[in-house]
Design a protein. Sequence first.
Length: 376
Amino acid sequence: MNQRAKSWIKNAKFVGRVYFVVVFAVIKILQLFVKPQENRILFMSYSGRQYSDTPKEAYLALKDDSAFANFEFFWAFNEPDKFPQVDAAHKVNSNSPLFFLELLKSRYWIANSSIERLVPFKHPRNIYIQFWHGIPMKTLGRDEKGLAPLVRYWYKHAQFDYLFTYGQYDAEKFKRIFPQTKHILNVGQLRKRIVIRRAKKGREELLREFGISGDKPILLYVPTFRSYQPTVATNFSIGFLEQLAEHYTVLYRGHYFDTDNQPVNLELVNRKSLYKLFAIADMLVTDYSSVIFDYAALEKPIYLFQPDIDEYKLKRGLYLAGEDTNLPVAHSEQELWELLVQPYDQANVEQLLQQYNDHQPDEALITLKDIIKNAQ
């Protein structure tokens, strides 16, 4: 099932209801007969789109730990053939009706978004561990405007057993966003561990991998996906790109939903690891993306470019405005350029890190391992 078909199911009210009823019925019937295997863990990243992020970090850490040598690790992908990193015997097709059989057979579920395909259900014999993909800077769940009914229902009824958070701010937000969560764990996220570990790798090797040469500072541009057509330009103009290119190597990494609005004259790095890009980038420019909280762990300059702030607040909604983060904010290309040429106040990033992402990198991993060990 491709992304367009999934969007149709989510947004068509009647079709969404039929999907929910059918899938829910299949799950409840399967639960009568399927008993979870105690040492079986199923991982899914971004609803089966990727082999990445916190589920991958959890997978690699558990797989390399001798204390979990008797565990079986499985991955769920929308297109399993695209991910040779996992052998065929240990990956399942998340678009197959048999996916729910594999889900229920796994005692533990580790994900960073919906693993139950937007059909929340009680799972007393399974343990659902959620590493959400970022601190909610934008509104989510019941607070998000124009959200599809099926998705809204999932936010309200998703039953996570454990939800990991970066700090007190997102812990409080997630209590409202995911009200059925049993345990919210304010112990940090695995993302900081990924960021720090990747940054310790050889930078020169990564530059060669990306084909980047020269001595210009690297500016990483990571704009947010918009589900509507903005009335003002939100990407850099060609003239501004040319101006930037005189002083920086500009890398563009778009949101994984955003396939139709790729700007020109940028080095497109959409298929590159975000954490590798963090490691080589000398500075980050974004708008409303939660990547600021992860990149802050490297204590490098961060700028916010928000030319459509009023429209974005109206049509999507924000929990945190740019000014709330204490980061430098530009509302035009000229303002951004003026910020770039000024000396950067590093205290802004240090304050952001302290306020929103202050846990030690390994704290979340230690907690994850304890959860699994104590459930045995």
